[in-house]
Design a protein around this ligand. Structure first.
Ligand SMILES: [Zn+2]
Length: 431
């Protein structure tokens, strides 16, 4: 076993990173057992398995002198005190909920890994406290609305949102009450002015780091997203009696456009565009489709470039429809701005990774994360871990022990850097 001994100027702690890395992976596997679905991983907002998950994690942090509590939005909150009482907080965390038939690491890794950092500190305190948060909800599975936990923390979990119901007719409010929590306490779950920043470790959930032979990535921005729906309309008619030159086939028009979307995105740097859903009406083998409803998802780091791309793809749909004597209507379902990560934290992460794992790999996250919501209120940054095979949201999701070890080393280095940085020293009153 390779032993890394971390000897910082002021962090006189020795530890075996590989032991911690193995423990992180084992703990993610342990939490994977708390599931609503026998034989697979599924853990949604404030379900009973989520309660078991909280209980298990609380047992892990108690020997560190850390008490775990659950706030009114169901987030698991664990405060590792600073050197002085009332010290400002650095937050770290990710989500504990999962998609159906999930893997063991999406979200969970970002809760368990910071606990390893606390363990490796061996009781050492910083001028700031460290609060590790296991968010109650990020995936949007149970209520069709994502980031419930994160939104509560930034004070944007509005009244109308908590009245949303799941398929059983249970509202978010009721789910909170059923868990034994008081929804009236949600405003108190919000963070105040004493939060210095938010740091999230997360698996990349894509193939980029693996392709680049990199363990870790520094996220510089979370891509903006447009989601639209297009309906191509023609005339439904008999598949046997309507000659090819007299058809107004909505599905063929949509198909031509789908291929054009793909070709366009292949030549547009940094842009991804996807048509992931299609619904043809009437949807029968022997009937020419009269209507074809298709989705469009466009993501880019730069909001202007994304807007230009969306305009172009809408125009392309209209051109194809006109040429085929079809009609097309489009509507925008989501227009979410790109979220840049905090410059200072990104540069500190780069420095930390450089000192333990070599050249840092800068990248844009194509997926939304809790850090995106947090960035509205506090400086936020993310570290991605290589995802073998790029496989995620799947039971085959995995991480490499060595990558986890590098993430732990980088995290400890980062904490030490932050503690001695003039930026944090000023904010913690140690200037
Ligand atoms: Zn996630």
């Amino acid at each position: 076993m390779q032993e890394r001994l971390h000897k910082g100027e002021s962090l006189q702690v020795t530890y075996d990173t590989n032991d911690f890395a193995h423990e992180v992976i084992a703990r993610c596997q342990t939490l994977a057992r708390f599931s609503e679905a026998p034989g697979s991983i599924r853990r949604t907002f404030l379900s009973e398995p989520m309660r078991e998950c909280h209980r298990e994690i609380a047992g892990w942090v108690s020997p560190l002198g850390v008490t775990a509590r659950v706030d009114a939005a169901g987030n698991l909150r664990m405060l590792y005190p600073g050197a002085l009482s009332g010290a400002p907080r650095l937050m770290m965390g990710s989500h504990l909920d999962t998609v159906p038939d999930a893997g063991a690491y999406d979200g969970v890794l970002g809760v368990v890994l910071p606990l390893a950092l606390l363990g490796a500190l061996g009781g050492r305190r910083f001028p700031f406290a460290i609060e590790v948060v296991g968010f109650s909800e990020e995936e949007g599975v149970r209520f069709g609305t994502p980031f419930i936990g994160s939104r509560a923390l930034v004070g944007s979990l509005d009244e109308d949102v908590i009245e949303r119901r799941d398929t059983q007719g249970i509202s978010i409010r009721k789910a909170i009450e059923n868990f034994g929590l008081d929804p009236a306490g949600i405003p108190q779950a919000a963070i105040g002015e004493d939060v210095l920043g938010y740091l999230e470790f997360h698996i990349e959930q894509g193939p980029v780091l693996e392709k680049a032979h990199q363990s870790l990535g520094v996220v510089v921005a979370i891509a903006g997203q447009s989601r639209l729906e297009f309906t191509f309309s023609g005339h439904a008619n008999h598949a046997g009696t309507t000659p090819m030159n007299l058809r107004h086939d909505a599905l063929a028009g949509a198909a031509e456009w789908i291929c054009a979307v793909e070709s366009y995105a292949q030549t547009a740097p940094g842009l991804v565009a996807t048509v992931g859903a299609i619904h043809a009406k009437p949807g029968a083998t022997n009937v020419i489709a009269g209507d074809a409803r298709v989705s469009l998802d466009v993501r880019q780091r730069d909001d202007k470039t994304r807007a230009v791309a969306v305009d172009y793809l809408v125009q392309l749909a209209e051109d194809i429809a006109t040429r085929r004597s079809l009609k097309v209507k489009s509507s925008v379902l989501l227009n979410q701005r790109a979220v840049p990560m905090d410059h200072f934290l990104v540069s500190q992460i780069e420095k930390a990774i450089t000192s333990v794992a070599g050249e840092p790999y800068r990248m844009v996250s194509g997926a939304g994360h809790d850090a995106m919501i947090r960035a509205a209120k506090v400086p936020a940054a993310m570290i991605f871990l290589r995802t073998p095979g790029g496989i995620s949201h799947d039971p085959a999701e995995s991480v490499e022990v060595d990558d986890v070890a590098k993430a732990i080393d980088s995290g400890l280095q980062l904490l030490q850097q932050l503690a001695s940085s003039s930026e944090f020293r000023r904010k913690t009153g140690h200037a």
